[in-house]
Design a protein around this ligand. Structure first.
Ligand code: 5GP
Length: 239
């Protein structure tokens, strides 16, 4: 497989064409942004860690029957994925109240929600990814109702798989964001699953092991990402 020209550069990744029209080549960057790009920085080694962590989760999910875009790791910072026509909806699954939900509803961070809560946001940097519901998705023609049903079921299956998998590694999966897209007519899970897109807390101390360390200036950001990689794989990564 050959890496061809750059198609798109996002906040955390660069996407390249390949010699196979069905596949894309993704390079993970160390750049970090928060609050819709208002806060910028670099997390040394983040690209490597998120590439490896995301590949780990996508392989696990494929084994457990969640169809997804992951094809193969090319090196520590790059992976090949199936090309998706992305549905412009961010699917957020929450197990504990945190972040924007805690703020919006006046809840204490860490409150148990008694079962998963699924939120949808319209993927729009211009509008700041506003919260939407099933009816908005239909009205904006972002996806058909039966597709929303499929996506919700897939997101909840991911939740069952990852919450129990992570619990064994002493990690609470507080919440996370997923993206989906079409590949040859099939809905696949896409994008990434990493400390950039999830809240991970240590099960005992509730220490934050994710991007909130960057968003909230808590320090030890690189160490938190490394700790997640270590708990998932039992290995260290040289950065
Ligand atoms: P919140 O709604 O509290 O901002 O985010 C809920 C969860 O979804 C968090 O785990 C957060 O990391 C993830 N998330 C929501 N929106 C985005 C986004 O635009 N980019 C990334 N990387 N993660 C997001």
């Amino acid at each position: 497989m050959q890496k061809k020209e750059l198609l798109y550069e996002g906040k955390a990744k660069k996407v390249y064409r390949t010699d196979n029209p069905d596949l894309l080549w993704v390079e993970y960057k160390d750049d970090a942004t928060a609050f819709n790009g208002a806060k910028k920085g670099t997390i040394v080694g983040k690209g490597v860690l998120n590439n490896l962590i995301s590949a780990h989760f996508f392989q696990l999910l494929a084994e457990k029957g969640v169809p997804n875009h992951f094809v193969e790791l090319v090196n520590e910072r790059e992976q090949v994925v199936k090309s998706l026509d992305i549905i412009q909806v961010e699917v957020i699954v929450r197990n504990l109240a945190a972040g924007s939900m805690a703020k919006r509803l006046g809840l204490e961070e860490g409150m148990d929600l008694g079962g998963p809560v699924v939120d949808y946001c319209y993927k729009s940097d211009e509008l700041g990814d506003p919260l939407i519901n099933d009816d908005h998705i239909r009205a904006l023609k972002l996806a058909a109702p039966e597709q929303v049903k499929t996506i919700r079921e897939m997101a909840l299956k991911v939740n069952d798989i990852l919450t129990s998998y992570l619990a064994d590694k002493n990690i609470i999966l507080v919440d996370y964001k997923l993206e989906f897209g079409f590949h040859k007519g099939e809905i696949l899970l896409g994008d990434e699953i990493s400390p950039d897109t999830c809240r991970f807390w240590d099960s005992k101390t509730r220490e934050k092991l994710d991007k909130d360390r960057f968003r909230r200036d808590l320090g030890n950001v690189e160490e938190a990402y490394k700790e997640i990689y270590r708990r998932l794989t039992g290995r260290e990564v040289q950065i």
